[in-house]
Structures are given as C-alpha cells and as structure tokens.
Design a protein around this ligand. Sequence first.
Ligand SMILES: [Zn+2]
Ligand SMILES: [Zn+2]
Length: 71
Amino acid sequence: MRCWFCQSEARGTCAACGRALCHEHAHAHDELTLAKSDTSTGYTSYYNVYGALKCEDCRLEWRYDIPRKES
Ligand SMILES: [Zn+2]
Ligand SMILES: [Zn+2]
C-alpha cells in the first residue's frame, strides 16, 4: 500500500479517515477522542486513541451531545 499523498510506502493509516500514510505525511496525535453514538439506545460512548496517526487533509469535527434532563 502506498501513501495517499506521495508514492512512498505507507507506514500506517489515518485514524480518522483511513487513508494510507507514509512516515513523512503522518502526524502523530498524542490523544484522539472518537465518539460513537448508538441511535437505538441513545447512549454515546467515547474512546481515546493514544499515539494515533492523522493525515493533514481531513478534519475532525467535534460534536458533543448534551443530554437534556426532562423532569
Ligand atoms: Zn507520503
Ligand atoms: Zn485523515
């Protein structure tokens, strides 16, 4: 597999978009938080990825769902 941005051999993939990245084009993130929401139960779970690779082309959009208390 080759890097998405150049013709070098890929060393990993972007944690966010999944594109293949060489060492030069991969940016290591200290911590990456990914959220997964289950629409059937309404629960949102988060997990942290430490040392995740991230490419320079895609963007992460941070969204927070704040549960409303209805009483
Ligand atoms: Zn590259
Ligand atoms: Zn990416």
